[in-house]
Design a binder for this molecule. Sequence first.
Ligand SMILES: [Fe+2]
Ligand SMILES: [Fe+2]
Length: 363
Amino acid sequence: MLPSKDGTPVRSNSCNCHLSGSHCQSALNLKKEDAPITTPNAQRLSPTAKAEALTALEPLVADLMERHIGERRLWFPNDFLPASEELSEEDERVRAELPENARGLPDSVRVSLALNLLTEEGLPHFHRLIAVYMGNDNAWSRWNFLWTAEEDRHGCALHDYVRDARLFDMGAFEKLQYQYLEAGFDPEWHNDPYQLLAYTSLQERATQVAHANTGKIAGKYEPRIQRILAHIAGDEARHHRFYRDAFKGLLEIDSTGAMQSALKVMPRLAMPGHNIAGYEDMAEVVRRSGIYGPRDYRKVVSDCLESWGIADLVPTDAAGREAQDKMMALPDRLDRLSGIQEKRTKPRAYAFDFLYRRDIAFS
Ligand SMILES: [Fe+2]
Ligand SMILES: [Fe+2]
């Protein structure tokens, strides 16, 4: 939503966003003070200089990767739902009983699992973006390979679970997965690798919270999925630390440029998949169920601001001070947007093909 010249809201016909309708500012008919943040298009450093900044960060990236490897405990999908040719009696029993044990999972939780799984299925999009933005045969690409291998298990583990627990109309769900990948994902980052680093810092933390919250609720009905989601959330937390601290390194090299780039992605976290049929409705169900929504995203943003020490930076130029002020204003702005959205929420029922179009009603 863009304000008109006189400040009255004007509905844009072409919103191309986001994590969820929850963060869609275009859909919220905003007043002037909450209209999309603008930052100068002329970035502080040229693309070449930004590429050099990434090269300068490679020793830090190598250190962060070493820290990551030292802290992780590698796990595999088969640890949770064994599916080998030879299985113990206990494993056979668990597999046989899983669909019945998971039968009580509410549809709203199933929607959250679907959204989380779809997000994980976006891995090819992210692998490609990191490869394109961060280059080959360097510390970043070595991280990309490791990170991709770790992320791949998330989609596998969740897919195994929803299939073996028989939570969905799997044919309908697989069509969504296919559509999601075929649609592609090309965020408007304008060849700016700083935006990728800001984005991944936020995205990892957001998915950590979404997985953990889904697991807490799902675990009341079926404990195995909570264990799977807790392991995935643990990975996301470590990934977040990697990207967050890499971005912090960037702030030390080019604080104004880093903040300007962060401002391009932070007000609206543009998630792939927003153009899938029913995607916005899925995000709304998750929000209205209290699993994950804009209030959680606001916390993600606040945590990043704090970790990056944005409040304590002392920019040496006006552009840096302006970017710092805008970043520090983000939590309040996100609160206002959340409040607007909550106020406008009306009773409604949602239905999805992968849940046989059963009504999920909210008052
Ligand atoms: Fe993941
Ligand atoms: Fe991750």
